[in-house]
Design a protein around this ligand. Structure first.
Ligand code: DQA
Length: 138
């Protein structure tokens, strides 16, 4: 059984209530239950933190044993050299995802410290971006 983890960065714990016109009105736990039901043959873990160092600790913890990491680093995408470095330092491939199309938004969201080190990038499909990332690993 493939072992994947979804890692969500800051403010994504508020999905469902946070700017629903951009991020939708489904909570991540509701979405995750649904997606886990659809892929019973994939082991999908979930981790969320608002703290940059905790995201790096998690990447290091899972990055030598899991089959795939699905990472939405949220705002840290656009600022974190350290998360970009962590992806290079581990063995497990990382697929970068975003709910919104960051290229159709403010200019500062057009830069990603994750993309150069990611296996691939999926963005702009709402929560379905995560499902597409799961499919990329199976
Ligand atoms: C986001 C896009 C980021 O620019 C933003 O800071 C987020 C969410 C997305 O999933 O669309 O928090 O990563």
């Amino acid at each position: 059984m493939k072992k994947l983890i979804i890692i969500n960065g800051p403010n994504l714990n508020l999905l469902g209530t946070r700017e629903p016109e951009i991020y939708g009105s489904l909570s991540f736990t509701e979405f995750l239950d649904e997606v886990k039901g659809k892929y019973p043959n994939v082991d999908i873990d979930y981790y969320q933190s608002n703290v940059e160092g905790e995201l790096i600790n998690k990447l290091q913890e899972v990055g030598f044993s899991y089959d795939g990491i699905i990472l939405n680093a949220a705002a840290y995408t656009h600022t974190s050299v350290a998360i970009g470095d962590a992806i290079n330092a581990i063995k497990t491939p990382v697929v970068e995802v975003h709910i919104s199309n960051t290229f159709s938004r403010e200019e500062f969201r057009h830069t990603s410290y994750i993309s150069p080190n990611a296996k691939g990038v999926i963005l702009g499909f709402g929560l379905q971006s995560y499902e597409l990332a799961i499919q990329s690993f199976i």
